[in-house]
Design a binder for this molecule. Structure first.
Ligand SMILES: Nc1nc(=O)[nH]c2c1ncn2[C@H]1C[C@H](O)[C@@H](COP(=O)(O)OP(=O)(O)O)O1
Length: 197
C-alpha cells in the first residue's frame, strides 16, 4: 500500500523584514513557504556591504612555488573577535564596489601576506553558512612565484586587530575540508573515485 502523498510546493521567500541593523551586518526575519506549503519564519543574518551581482567576498587558495622547495599553501593566522581567539584561515576578504573576484583576491593576498600572485582559477559564487546567513564567496586559485624578487621577503599590511596575540586557535572549516580532501586524494585515492580525476 502506498503512503499518503503530501502536497508539494516550490519553496520560496515571501517577505524579509529587518529586525536590527549595524554598520556591517543586519538581522532579518525571513517569511518563507516550505516544500509542503507551510508558511514559516527563519532568522537570517546578512552583510550590509553586498555589491549587486557579486559574491560578498573571496577566499584565496594560494600556492607558493619555489625552485627546490615543495609547494606550500599560504594561510593566515589572525584574531577574530566573534571567536574571541585566533583562527587559521585561507587569506580572504570582502569584494570592494566595482571590483572583480580576481582583483579582490590579489589585493587581499598582498594585504594579508605580502605576496604578489597570479590568478589561475576562480569558482562560481558559493555559500558559506546558509543556515545562518546569505553570505557568499568565490574561491580564487592563485600561484605565487616565490623565486620572484618581489616575493622573497613579503611584508604583511595588517590592521590593528591582526597583530593581537592569543594562544587558542580554531581552524576554519574550509581549511580543514581542504586538508581532508588532500589527505584522502593522497593516501586513499581509490576510496573516493571523484578525487582521482
Ligand atoms: N562583521 C563585521 N563586523 C565588524 O565590526 N567589522 C567588519 C565585519 N566584517 C568586515 N568588517 C570590517 C573589518 C575590516 O576592517 C574590513 C574588511 O574586512 P574583510 O575584507 O572581510 O577583511 P578580513 O576581516 O581580513 O577578512 O571590514
Amino acid at each position: 500500500m502506498s503512503s499518503p502523498s503530501k502536497a508539494t510546493t516550490i519553496p520560496h521567500v515571501v517577505k524579509e523584514e529587518v529586525i536590527a541593523s549595524g554598520k556591517w551586518l543586519k538581522l532579518e526575519k525571513t517569511t518563507y513557504v516550505d516544500p509542503v506549503g507551510t508558511t514559516r519564519i527563519w532568522e537570517t543574518t546578512k552583510r550590509t556591504t553586498r555589491q549587486t551581482g557579486a559574491a560578498d567576498g573571496v577566499g584565496i587558495i594560494a600556492l607558493l612555488k619555489r625552485t627546490l622547495h615543495k609547494d606550500c599553501v599560504v594561510m593566515v593566522k589572525q584574531f577574530r573577535p566573534p571567536m574571541d581567539c585566533c583562527t587559521l584561515e585561507f587569506p580572504a576578504g570582502l569584494i570592494d564596489e566595482g571590483e572583480s573576484a580576481e582583483t579582490a583576491a590579489l589585493r587581499e593576498l598582498k594585504e594579508e601576506t605580502g605576496y604578489k600572485g597570479e590568478v589561475v582559477g576562480v569558482t562560481p559564487v558559493t555559500c558559506l553558512d546558509p543556515g545562518l546567513s546569505n553570505c557568499t564567496t568565490q574561491i580564487v586559485m592563485v600561484n605565487i612565484n616565490g623565486d620572484d624578487m618581489e616575493n622573497t621577503d613579503p611584508t604583511q599590511q595588517l590592521g590593528e586587530l591582526d597583530l593581537m596575540k592569543k594562544e587558542k586557535i580554531v581552524v576554519d572549516s574550509k581549511v580543514y575540508i581542504y586538508g581532508m580532501g588532500m589527505s584522502q586524494a593522497f593516501f586513499k585515492p581509490n576510496e573516493l573515485r571523484v578525487l582521482k580525476q
